[in-house]
Design a protein around this ligand. Structure first.
Ligand SMILES: C[S@@+](CC[C@H](N)C(=O)[O-])C[C@H]1O[C@@H](n2cnc3c(N)ncnc32)[C@H](O)[C@@H]1O
Length: 323
């Protein structure tokens, strides 16, 4: 950190943040306020997602005491701070964003932390020279769940620690889809304008991909919809040379309807939960939607929506293909 950065940051905000007694909410709010100006914009809904904050906090509450922990993709360092506050003995902080590296080195300079300021792809066993890690907390998820390379991250982890007994927070991961259909007249005025003049289209992507109304899915009855499981991962058993692919999503095409496919992910530490589900948490930050309209002039058909995984990262190229 240079002098002018120092001047801009209110160090008082960080006073006592590592206090073990302090309410986690106070820690989250403090880190949020302190780091706000350094973070990419998409961090903010995530940092303000109280369901996410309390989920991670509970995962770490009784599980990292006296342990050596890795925080993979640490961003603001929120989970490293949480681990230290919950009694972790030492934390390896892994982050590749240069701006965040400087900030992390600054906030952790007087703490039992080693900041590994590089991409996880470049980690080696020699980086972990302050004691063998026992637990790993990560949030290497983008809004698509797979976009930051959670699969390649754990392929790397299993290469560095081949016989590892790292406890993973979280360990299990699911990627899911739910298909909805609506008549155009049920759509909003904005969406109807978008559909005007598309009467002959076989399908017209309304939004090809993107997050719409983060955390504002309250009007939708997800409970009654079939859940299509596109991927399940036990991150402790990721295979190094396996190529992971998402199952295609079967979509029964209804002419004259707009088709919406909600894609979401959930994760947990134990198979039977509790889960963090990006679709159902009220104030969540993850998940996205693919939408398209099929004109009345077209025939009913079954199509498959394919989400592309490239090098184990999810790319934004949904396409419909015949069965
Ligand atoms: C979803 S954010 C994690 C947020 C963090 N837990 C927090 O509370 O601030 C993921 C972080 O992983 C980092 N990241 C993404 N790909 C990475 C890579 N290949 N190596 C290291 N860090 C990476 C990003 O820069 C980002 O800060």
């Amino acid at each position: 950190m240079n002098k002018s950065d120092d001047d801009n940051l209110d160090l008082n905000l960080l006073k006592d943040i590592f206090s073990k007694e302090k309410d986690p909410e106070v820690r989250f709010e403090t880190i949020n306020n302190f780091s706000r100006r350094l973070m990419p914009e998409w961090f903010l809904p995530m940092l303000n997602d109280t369901a996410r904050n309390s989920y991670y906090s509970k995962m770490l509450e009784h599980s990292v005491k006296d342990k050596i922990v890795i925080d993979l993709g640490s961003g603001t360092g929120m989970w490293s701070i949480e681990a230290l506050a919950r009694g972790a003995r030492f934390v390896y902080v892994v982050e590749k964003n240069p701006l965040l590296i400087k900030y992390l080195e600054f906030i952790f300079k007087d703490h039992p932390v080693k900041v590994l300021g590089k991409a996880f792809e470049e980690l080696t066993a020699a980086d972990f020279d302050q004691g063998r890690p026992q637990a790993l907390v990560h949030e290497i998820f983008s809004n698509t769940g797979l976009g930051e390379g959670v699969i390649s991250a754990f392929q790397k982890v299993s290469r560095i620690f081949p016989d590892h007994s790292l406890t993973l927070f979280p360990r299990y991961f699911w990627f899911e889809a739910r298909v909805f259909k609506q008549k155009p007249f049920e759509l909003s005025a904005i969406e109807q304008v978008h559909l005007k003049d598309k009467a002959d289209a076989y399908y017209e992507l309304v939004h090809s991909l993107g997050v719409r109304d983060w955390g504002n899915l309250k009007g939708i009855d997800f409970g009654s919809k079939e859940v299509i499981n596109l991927m399940f991962l036990d991150l402790n058993k990721i295979e190094q040379n396996k190529s992971y692919a998402l199952k295609p999503i079967p979509v029964d095409i209804t002419p004259g309807y707009v088709h919406h496919i909600y894609l979401s992910f959930k994760f947990s530490t134990e198979l039977e939960g509790p889960y963090f589900n990006t679709l159902f948490e009220e104030n969540h930050w993850g998940g996205f939607i693919v939408e398209f309209y099929i004109s009345n002039k077209m025939k009913a058909a079954r199509k498959y929506l394919k989400m592309k995984l490239n090098d184990n990262q999810l790319f934004d190229h949904p396409s419909l293909e015949d069965s």
